[in-house]
Design a protein. Structure first.
Length: 97
């Protein structure tokens, strides 16, 4: 027998998906998941801030050229990670509203 040509709607519970369906078709993250992710993003930001401060202080020391290049890599990667963390928090904040 051929399969029905009508698409079937598969509904999963919030517990299974972590999201809540909205009347307009948008999907919103479950509040508890959102809070947990926002907390983790906040903790990540704190750790990144420590790395950025330590690399700033390290940059004040007299370093060999090869060591300066390593420090530049750490600074660049920590700035990128901080930007990603900010973007994640903005998305999570918007989802929580």
């Amino acid at each position: 027998m051929p399969a029905s040509s009508k698409p079937q709607s598969v509904k999963k519970s919030v517990a299974e998906t972590g999201v809540v369906g909205e009347p307009d078709g948008a999907t919103k993250m479950a509040l508890t998941v959102n809070k947990q992710l926002r907390s983790l993003a906040h903790d990540l930001s704190n750790s990144l801030e420590t790395i950025m401060q330590a690399s700033y202080l390290l940059a004040q020391a007299e370093l060999k050229e090869a060591d300066k290049k390593w420090l530049e890599m750490v600074e660049s990667a920590s700035r990128d990670a901080a930007r990603i963390s900010r973007e994640m928090r903005e998305i999570l904040r918007a989802q929580g509203e």
